[in-house]
Unconditional design. Structure first.
Length: 144
């Protein structure tokens, strides 16, 4: 039979173990709520970033190298989810925490462009090429 003193000692030991685990658990350094942007941000200097990564869940065409304004809303939805995940991961690593805010802002910009496309009927229709370069006409040499 266990005495009340022994039970209390065991409970205290387990509580100490739990507190040690909580103490060393990574904690985010930034607020993780999804950010939002306004039209002024989207129309500003940094409001239309270039797609540098393609979300792993995206099964459609490759939009790498395209500007957010030229991508379809469905792609931008996947992009915002990926950038939010990157931001959360960066905020947990002290060496990368300074980049978390930028990733969160780009996620918000992707959501903003997706909302703008849905409200306005989408971006201008451009078909992606292999390699994802939307400016293929500008790079081509005019033979005439």
């Amino acid at each position: 039979m266990t005495t009340p003193d022994e039970m209390l000692r065991r409970i205290e030991q387990k509580l100490d173990e739990v507190l040690k685990l909580v103490k060393y658990a990574p904690t985010p350094t930034k607020d993780l709520a999804p950010k939002s942007v306004n039209d002024a941000d989207l129309d500003g200097k940094y409001g239309n970033p270039e797609v540098r990564l393609v979300p792993s869940k995206w099964t459609g065409p490759d939009y790498k190298g395209w500007k957010f304004a030229d991508c379809p809303a469905e792609f931008l939805d996947e992009m915002s989810g990926m950038l939010d995940a990157i931001s959360r991961k960066q905020s947990q690593d002290p060496a990368k925490a300074k980049f978390a805010d930028w990733s969160a802002k780009d996620a918000a910009r992707a959501r903003g462009w997706a909302a703008r496309h849905r409200a306005n009927g989408g971006p201008a229709k451009m078909e992606p090429l292999p390699g994802g370069d939307p400016d293929w006409m500008n790079d081509a040499q005019d033979p005439f």
